[in-house]
Design a protein around this ligand. Structure first.
Ligand SMILES: *Cc1c(COP(=O)(O)O)cnc(C)c1O
Length: 385
């Protein structure tokens, strides 16, 4: 492969793709486990994982086989009909989450939309409360509960303004409730906002506040789900159940898929919501393959151990401008007292893919199948930057 390939592909992109992404200057062609390869055959240890998507690693044989064998049988049918894979996946998710029923869609933003609609139709109320530095998606509803003004400003009016309270402050949450509040929506650990882990007791307190006021609690586990933090879902660290939970990202092992699960008695009735592709056979097969891989490879335990190992290594390392390491499992934020751009560039040139969630926070969210040798290499590259 020559770099002519790189030039022609990036030129084609520049000419024909809406230029919404600040892309890194590499063209990726293949991947296996925690490693991806570019069109020139250069390998990178992937600490981005499609932004917390490739939890089971790139092209996990379980996921590849599940997609291949399903694709030979049936790729798509309408939700006008039943399929075995969709029923099986719903049963599996309900078991894993302790919730009652699932609704399937195709992305995180759609999962948040579904949760917001379900909260409105369940409570008969209109308003939401969300946390500062939240990220819930880019569609009009999910954007309304997303904090960053840069994302919101060009698209107003949104569903609601005056919606945000400080994260990790339960009394601010309680004070924001009005007679119109339908639900609180929150990420149990904030992802895009900088890998912000709440203090002990905060989420339990939010749960109590919701119960006291008779409003719903929505957990957005789009980024924290499917083993990322060392449990199936992040809520399992805190011993509480939300009323509605959003999932997507890692759900399909890399295949686009989203969904919500909700507690007993909280459900859409006939005709209230729908999706053409939601719960499509190929996506459901991929999700079942990915869930099987997490179980068979023992990824929850591995993630807990490797997360500790990774965070300890980062704390012990000699990283210029080091401020703090925080996270759970392999959802790790490395905060620096300087801009991350140089480190991201340096790392890419030395075979490591990194991503920053804000100017000063590196988000380390590798595939959960990464090994210690690869983690050592990542820390070494960050140190040298
Ligand atoms: C990525 C993300 C979303 C949006 O998911 P998309 O699939 O990009 O629409 C929503 N919530 C959280 C917490 C996310 O990390």
């Amino acid at each position: 492969m020559s770099s002519i390939n790189y030039e022609s592909i990036t030129q084609k992109d520049a000419a024909h793709v809406m230029q919404t992404y600040g892309r890194q200057p590499i063209v990726l062609a293949s991947g296996q486990g925690a490693v991806v390869r570019d069109v020139n055959g250069v390998e990178y240890i992937d600490c981005v994982a499609g932004i917390a998507v490739n939890n089971v690693g790139h092209c996990h044989p379980r996921v590849v086989d599940a997609i291949r064998s399903q694709a030979e049988k049936l790729i798509h049918v309408s939700n006008l009909y039943y399929t075995e894979v969709q029923a099986n996946l719903a049963e599996e998710l309900v078991k894993l989450t302790g919730m009652e029923r699932a609704f399937f869609c195709n992305s995180g933003a759609e999962a948040v939309e579904a949760a917001m609609k379900l909260a409105r139709v369940t409570t008969g109320k209109t308003d939401f409360i969300a946390a500062e530095r939240s990220f819930h998606g880019r569609t009009m509803g999910s954007l309304s509960v997303t904090y960053k003004e840069m994302y919101r400003a060009p698209f107003k009016p949104l569903v609601q303004e005056e919606i945000f309270v400080p994260y990790d402050n339960a009394s601010a949450m309680a004070e924001a409730i009005t007679e119109n509040t339908a639900a609180i929506i929150i990420e149990p650990i904030q992802g895009e906002g900088g890998i912000n882990v709440p203090s002990e007791g905060y989420l339990q307190e939010v749960r109590r506040i919701c119960d006291d006021h008779g409003i719903l609690l929505i957990f957005d586990e789009v980024q924290t789900g499917f083993g990322r933090t060392g449990k199936w879902f992040c809520k399992d660290h805190f011993g509480i159940q939300p009323d509605i939970m959003c999932m997507a990202k890692a759900m399909g092992g890399g295949f686009p898929m989203g969904g919500i699960v909700a507690k007993k008695g909280i459900t859409f009735s006939k005709g209230q919501h729908a999706s053409t592709f939601g719960g499509n056979p190929l996506a459901c097969a991929a999700a079942l393959g990915s869930i099987a891989a997490i179980k068979e490879d023992g990824l929850l335990k591995r993630t807990t151990e490797l997360g500790k190992y990774f965070m300890d290594k980062l704390r012990q390392a000699d990283i210029p401008g080091f401020k703090e390491v925080r996270g759970r499992g392999l959802m790790i934020g490395l905060e620096l007292e300087r801009n991350c751009t140089e480190i991201v560039d340096h790392a890419r040139k030395h075979g490591v893919l990194l991503n920053s969630t804000s100017e000063t926070v590196l988000r380390l969210a590798p595939p959960l199948v990464i090994d210690k040798g690869q983690i050592d290499r990542v820390v070494e590259v960050i140190e040298q930057a």
